[in-house]
Design a protein around this ligand. Structure first.
Ligand code: CP
Ligand code: NVA
Length: 307
């Protein structure tokens, strides 16, 4: 049994399969073709933080695969009344086939997975957001072809998205140019679980404009992630120079695209001109969450599939 708790849980070969499979699944969806590979299977979704895309993409995706979903939040389950996560895992995994969790610390999802009888998917933790990066890579390939050897500029917080980009670069052979304000750097030990990364898979830049030079993809995220709201005022000041604007996009390659996992704050981490401009692929990126996650759920439950 496999879990998907971090991007590094899968090999490059598994990603090759998943990305190809997601393209097939997307094509069938666009052609209104049925793809009921998970009939009678149930996905439990546990949300300890807010969500729009993750909920809709997993829920709609599971129904489209012929399965069903159970939606739990901290507030309306015993999770909010301090039932141990291990006990929740034992119980939920006896009645469902697959579990997706969005929570705070990565340790919590790991403890859940340890006590689960069924595969567990990370729907975002403070440390990682692997489903989003899977969708982002799928989106890059759709628009520009292979991501191998390409440069991704990360402008902003050294957060869950940044950590996951680093893991993906390590595994799939591209480079991330990271520029964060002082005090918000990526933590290499955390991102790579204490293992040495592939040399050159990421480079740190003080100046965000320098990080964008020659990039194939420029990407950013909110300045204040969920769970860090108390730091909002301090972050607004610290991140003021890390707003992706037209000058940064012009420093990137002429064919560069812009991504943001959303929700976005126009005028903070990105200007409206960029996110609503011709280089932005954020709506494809959001939609692709569903297609890649359908491939992921199928893979975790059935393994590799033919047509
Ligand atoms: N990108 C993303 O995970 O969005 P939600 O927080 O809306 O799920
Ligand atoms: N880094 C953001 C991503 C939201 C999808 C957060 O954790 O809130």
């Amino acid at each position: 049994m496999k879990h998907y708790l971090q991007f590094s849980d899968f090999t490059a070969d598994e990603y090759d399969y998943l990305l190809t499979r997601a393209a097939l699944i997307k094509k069938k969806f666009k052609g209104y073709e049925k793809h009921h590979t998970l009939s009678d299977r149930t996905l439990a979704m546990i949300f300890e933080k807010a969500s729009t895309r993750t909920r809709v993409s997993f829920e709609a995706g599971m129904y489209q695969l012929g399965g069903s979903v159970v939606h739990l939040t901290t507030g309306d389950s015993q999770l909010g009344r301090s039932e141990p996560i291990e006990d929740s895992a034992r119980v939920i995994s006896r009645m469902t086939d697959l579990v997706m969790i969005r929570t705070f610390g990565q340790d919590k999802i790991e403890r859940f997975a340890e006590h689960s009888r069924v595969p567990v998917i990370n729907g975002l933790t403070n440390e990682f957001h692997p489903c989003q990066i899977l969708a982002d890579i799928f989106t890059f390939i759709e628009h520009r072809g292979s991501i191998q050897g390409k440069v991704v500029a990360w402008v902003g917080d050294g957060n869950n998205m940044a950590n996951t980009w680093l893991q993906a670069a390590d595994l799939l052979g591209f480079t991330v140019h990271v520029s964060t304000p002082g005090g918000y750097e990526v933590d290499e030990k955390l991102a790579f679980n204490g293992k040495p990364p592939r040399p050159g898979c990421y480079k740190v830049f003080k100046d965000p404009l320098e990080a964008c030079k020659g990039a194939d993809l420029v990407t950013t995220d909110v300045w204040t992630s969920m769970g860090y709201e108390a730091e909002n005022a301090v972050r607004m000041k610290a991140f003021a120079d890390w707003c992706v604007d037209q000058e940064m996009m012009q420093a990137a390659k002429p064919e560069a695209i812009f991504m943001h996992c959303l929700p976005a704050h126009r005028g903070e981490e990105v200007t409206a001109e960029v996110i609503d401009g011709p280089q932005s692929v954020v709506w494809d990126e959001a939609e692709n969450r569903m297609h890649v996650q359908k491939a992921l759920m199928e893979y975790l439950l059935l393994g590799k599939q033919g047509d």
